[in-house]
Design a binder for this molecule. Structure first.
Ligand code: 5GP
Length: 221
């Protein structure tokens, strides 16, 4: 018997959930991502699995950019507000496009899927969206500068994919409300407000997988 309150997630569950979510939301048909931005470290493996199920664009795999965001651990104050969001999360790594993108606006006109493993208080996702919106604004400014007046600025659409969305009151809202309002918030599963243990965190993967399988099929116990 497991006497802890944690939920153990296996690699197979992550893989199947990801596939099923791409199909359920018809992500390939309705959203067609051009680029994924994986929030590290929890978003890295889900982003790679997602790529297996997302349709290639222009016969190329969907590129994955990695960003690193850390939430200050002692932030338990529920009065946190969006104006000071930047002081709760630190960027440990940000977008980095190779030399072939030097004179381009790599975010402009793209459908960008932000990937993380779990939406808990929503602080991390809100910060990621806020910072991306700033970069997109900067690209828009450059675009307007170098193009003839009146040239339409290509539209960028952000979306979010998480394996788990914890059902709880969120500390932050996403600064781009169209993500939720226009159905581009893709959560594979909604979960109660309990601690989720992912397989990539396991010290003993066999024990972890057994715990996960017992939770899925309690009769085996
Ligand atoms: P936030 O509160 O900003 O939505 O979540 C911040 C980060 O805390 C997540 O990206 C994730 O790394 C971590 N986190 C929150 N809840 C859980 C959980 O239940 N399990 C694990 N493994 N990490 C979590």
């Amino acid at each position: 018997m497991q006497n802890d309150d944690k939920i153990y997630i296996s690699y197979n569950q992550v893989h199947k959930l990801t596939k099923e979510t791409v199909e359920r939301y018809r992500i390939n048909e309705n959203y067609k991502p051009d680029l994924m931005i994986a929030i590290g470290g929890g978003g890295f493996i889900p982003a790679r699995i997602l790529r297996t199920f997302l349709k290639r664009q222009n016969n190329k795999n969907i590129p994955i950019q990695a960003i690193g965001l850390s939430l200050y651990e002692d932030l338990t104050d529920s009065s946190l507000n969006p104006e000071i969001i930047g002081s709760q999360v630190i960027k440990t790594q940000w977008l980095h496009f190779g030399p072939s993108y030097a004179d381009t606006c790599p975010l402009l006109g793209k459908n960008i899927l932000i990937v993380d493993e779990v939406d808990d208080t929503r602080t991390t996702l809100a910060y990621a969206v806020q910072e991306l919106l700033k970069d997109i604004e900067e690209e828009k400014r450059k675009f307007i500068e170098v193009n003839a007046a009146g040239t339409p600025v290509p539209e960028t659409k952000l979306a979010v994919f998480v394996l788990h969305n914890k059902k709880k009151e969120k500390r932050m809202e996403l600064p781009d409300p169209s993500i939720v309002n226009e159905g581009r918030y893709f959560a594979a599963e909604e979960t109660p407000d309990r601690w989720l243990v992912y397989p990539w965190e396991a010290i003993d993967i066999d024990e972890h997988t057994t715990k996960s399988s017992l939770q899925e099929n309690p009769k085996k116990e």
